[in-house]
Design a protein around this ligand. Structure first.
Ligand code: 5GP
Length: 117
């Protein structure tokens, strides 16, 4: 199976890549929602959080630690940032290749828009 993000990982589609190792690739979101908006993706295609298994525990931990490293590099660690993984339709997932959003550089507001009462 290939995905848009797998093509970015392999360098077949251009991206502003900020980090890569044998497990993950991180690149700037094409339509940033904040001054820093980086996507951290596994190099191997895993469509959604629903597809993770216990074999992926180390990988998921690594994704979070790479996010921490990049937050430091982007100088947003101290002020704070947000990590998001969307899953499926109700989670707002658009690209079906697991990815962790790293967002920061401004106050990000409420975590979820609450429906009007
Ligand atoms: P999702 O809604 O699936 O959690 O997030 C997908 C993200 O991928 C969106 O924020 C979108 O802007 C980003 N995106 C979609 N296509 C591309 C692309 O071709 N390149 C990059 N760098 N980001 C993309």
């Amino acid at each position: 199976m290939t995905t848009l993000f797998a093509k970015i990982v392999r360098g077949e589609i251009p991206s502003d890549t900020v980090y890569q190792d044998e497990q993950v690739t991180a690149f700037r979101d094409i339509n940033p929602a904040a001054p820093t908006h980086i996507l951290i993706v596994p190099n191997r295609v895993i469509p959604t959080v629903n597809d993770l298994t216990t074999d992926d525990e180390q990988l998921v931990g690594h994704m979070v630690l790479v996010a921490k490293l990049l937050a430091e590099q982007e100088e947003i660690a101290e002020d704070g940032f947000r990590l998001i993984i969307n899953c499926n339709k109700n989670g707002g997932q658009v690209v079906y290749h697991l990815h962790l959003h790293l967002l920061g550089g401004r106050p990000l507001g409420p975590m979820v828009v609450r429906p009007k009462a």
